[in-house]
Design a protein around this ligand. Structure first.
Ligand code: CP
Length: 286
């Protein structure tokens, strides 16, 4: 893997290798000094809690320096090209992570081939989240092959990354969304009760993501696409609830599920760090 832009760069063996290494990192957080005396640039053009905290702490655990950069800090704001920015980054840091709106921007940065580039969330994809989600699923069920995960709600970047990466390791991902919010190319079942039948995991995300402007319309159209105890009861016995966070209890997830016995949501948030450390090893050729 030279870059992680969508997750499609990874084959089945690489995904499973990342998950194995992530489990090892969870047991032994200081198990690698791959980044000793090296820096990793983290460019955040959008707000973040989990991604920023997990990458910063994970890079430090690997001996490295997380160089957090806000867009206002860069000469990009004053018209310096992405091409020149990539050339300079490549002379100083081991890799660069980017959180931005535009997938094309990430692709153009990677195409300069000056340093490994990884996606910390774009409009289209969130592969680091999906790697942590697969780790959480494997912890819960022991293996991934043959599991069914139903994503309920807005067919967004998180849903797409679950489809892309789940398909690599035998997880069937079904997406349940209303017309207008469905994910192209995904197996879609409009009725959430029908969609969760037989699912070992039921997943949701906020109805209004960063950059969405049709807030009230989304709340109305997506109102039936929430995870609550009743929907979870319609899934397979022992099904777990997942959410990439931040959550809006009372909207896309009930408070009783968010803090209840069947959620693995807070493990998911922790697993971001372990999975991303393993991803960095894969990216940098440990
Ligand atoms: N799930 C996720 O990416 O969280 P943040 O937006 O807080 O980083």
């Amino acid at each position: 893997m030279n870059h992680l832009l969508t997750g499609d760069e990874l084959g089945r063996d690489e995904v499973l290798w990342i998950l194995d290494r992530a489990e090892a990192f969870k047991r032994e957080p200081l198990g690698s000094d791959l980044l000793a005396r090296r820096s990793v640039a983290l460019i955040f053009q959008k707000p973040s809690t989990r991604t920023r905290v997990s990458f910063e702490s994970g890079i430090v655990e690997m001996g490295g320096h997380p160089m957090v950069i806000r867009p206002d800090d860069l000469q990009l704001q004053r018209g310096e090209s992405l091409r020149d920015t990539a050339r300079v980054l490549g002379r100083h840091v081991a890799a660069v992570g980017v959180r931005t709106h535009d997938d094309g921007e990430l692709r153009r940065l990677a195409a300069e081939d000056q340093l490994p580039v990884f996606n910390m969330l774009t409009q289209g994809h969130h592969p680091c989240q999906a790697l942590a989600d697969l780790l959480t699923l494997r912890e819960a069920f022991g293996e991934l092959d043959g599991l069914k995960l139903t994503y309920v709600g807005d067919g967004n970047n998180v849903a797409r990354s679950l489809v892309v990466l789940g398909s690599k390791v035998g997880v069937e991902v079904v997406v349940s969304s209303p017309p207008g919010y469905q994910l192209d190319g995904a197996t879609t079942v409009e009725d959430p009760r029908e969609a969760v039948a037989g699912a070992q995991a039921v997943y949701t995300d906020v109805w209004v993501s960063m950059g969405d402007v049709d807030t009230e319309k989304r709340r109305q159209v997506l109102a039936g696409y929430a995870i609550d105890d009743e929907l979870l009861a319609a899934a397979a016995p022992g099904a777990i609830a997942l959410h990439c966070l931040p959550a809006h209890p009372g909207e896309e997830i009930s408070e009783s599920v968010l803090y209840g016995e069947r959620q693995r949501i807070w493990d998911q948030a922790e697993n971001r760090r372990h999975a991303q450390k393993a991803m960095l090893e894969c990216l940098l050729g440990a």
